[in-house]
Design a protein around this ligand. Structure first.
Ligand SMILES: *Cc1c(COP(=O)(O)O)cnc(C)c1O
Length: 421
């Protein structure tokens, strides 16, 4: 459920007509709904009720300061994967003891920044990384709380580019080597082992892979405790999928996911952390674009829009589907049309949808790409010298630009000319 609905023939974001935002900020732009963000965070928080827990929003899904502040106000922690994200979380007012640091390539500079600014834990992905965290912690005279990310070798049954829990993926250490790696960690003076971390992939639409992974984590908890480690926190990653189409089978709900966590891990008495990103932000955002031309090709019609793959790369990168709807609702009885919906970039990959049957549109009409809140704006680039598009946050009947569109001069003036030119 989200808050992008038609009222009297016009698409609204909560209580604001999308066309009104468009008139003020120009297309294309991203638009997020506060109520949807809050609702999704609370679904997870409530699903874990009865267990000590922290929901750490995986901010790589959408990391605008206003989104982080919205979630932090509800008590969210943050899962960060770079020094930049760590700085963003701190800038949004998230205390260090609510920030977990994941990712396979943490540099010593990033580790130092997090240890100095405060960190809940590092989710360690390799032994070389463990050595560096230890060294930096010793230099700073602190002890770094860590979990080790184990790779449980389960098939997440998702798109290959976002599956992370198979042995062929670069993430974590093989679960078969966990005892050895934990023993090593316990011997290092700058580290304090506190728990186990796992994250098997993104856009999972079934619970079974989670069940398999969490059962392995439960077994490992007992084994490591028997080895003398104080395992009291389990970070279970993110990955619960969202419905990208309204026709498809819906993925499991956070309540079902929470019940699975209690079922597989509840008996261990551990504090539970989860790191959802997509489910919190995905259906809380749309990308609004304008139709530039409708061009009749041979046997097909191209809808050419002013948004492009640099603004929303998911279709080009993951063959992802986004529902695309007109901002002015079609009149009853209007016949649907079939379009290839494309952006203006000089690459055939700049295609949002092929042979999409939808309400008819004409040049100048606004359309909305639904489910664009996660892995949308954060993956945008300025390819073709297209300025990054603005982000807008709606809250009830108010809206605010939370990142404005840079001017062309600002974009160009970020380059500097060497003195020999
Ligand atoms: C990407 C990622 C997440 C979030 O995944 P979603 O599918 O967006 O929920 C959580 N944890 C880690 C370590 C990640 O890399």
């Amino acid at each position: 459920m989200d808050h992008f609905l038609y009222r009297d023939g016009a698409l609204f974001a909560e209580d604001v007509p999308v066309a009104e935002i468009s008139a003020e900020v120009g297309t294309p732009f991203y638009c997020y709904s506060t109520a949807t963000l809050e609702r999704h965070f609370r679904l997870f928080d409530e699903a874990l009720e009865g267990m000590e827990h922290l929901v750490c929003y995986a901010m790589k899904a959408a990391s605008n300061q206003a989104i982080l502040k919205t979630l932090a106000a509800l008590g969210a922690g943050m899962d960060v994967v770079s020094g930049g994200e760590y700085a963003r979380a701190i800038a949004a007012g998230v205390p260090g003891d609510r920030i977990v640091f994941s990712g396979v390539g943490k540099t010593d500079g990033e580790i130092r920044a997090a240890l100095s600014g405060g960190i809940r834990q590092f989710n360690v992905e390799s032994e070389p990384e463990m050595a560096v965290i230890n060294q930096v912690a010793v230099e700073l005279g602190v002890v770094a709380p860590i979990t080790v990310r184990v790779n449980p070798d389960v098939d997440a049954k998702t798109h290959a580019k976002i599956a992370t829990g198979k042995s062929e993926n670069k993430f974590g250490i093989p679960i078969s080597r966990a005892r050895e790696v934990y023993a090593h960690a316990a011997s290092l003076p700058g580290l304090k082992v506190i728990g186990i971390d796992v994250h098997i992939g993104s856009q999972l639409t079934q619970l079974e892979p989670f069940r398999q992974a969490y059962q392995k984590v439960a077994e490992l908890t007992e084994v490591l405790r028997a080895d003398g480690h104080d395992i009291h926190r389990l970070d279970l990653g993110g990955g619960l999928g969202i419905p990208y189409t309204r026709s498809n089978d819906a993925p499991p709900l956070p309540t079902e996911y929470g019940a699975l966590i209690k079922d597989t891990l509840g008996h261990l008495g551990c504090e539970i952390e989860i790191e959802p990103g997509r489910l919190i932000a995905g259906n809380a955002g749309i990308m609004v674009s304008k139709v530039i031309y409708v061009k009749e090709g041979e046997g097909r019609a191209f809808m050419i829009v002013d948004g492009a793959m640099n603004d929303l790369i998911r279709p080009a990168m993951y063959e992802a589907h986004h529902d695309i709807i007109p901002v002015a609702e079609a009149l009853p009885g209007e016949e649907k049309q079939t379009y290839d919906i494309v952006g203006p970039i000089c690459e055939s990959g700049d295609t949002f949808a092929k042979e999409r049957t939808m309400e008819p549109v004409s040049a100048g009409d606004l359309i909305a790409f639904r489910s664009a809140g996660a892995y949308g704006a954060v993956m945008a680039s300025e390819y073709n010298s297209r300025p990054l598009i603005p982000e807008v946050l709606v809250n009830g009947d108010q809206f605010a630009v939370i990142r404005r569109r840079p001017t062309l001069d600002e974009m160009i003036n970020r380059d500097t000319i060497p003195e020999w030119l």
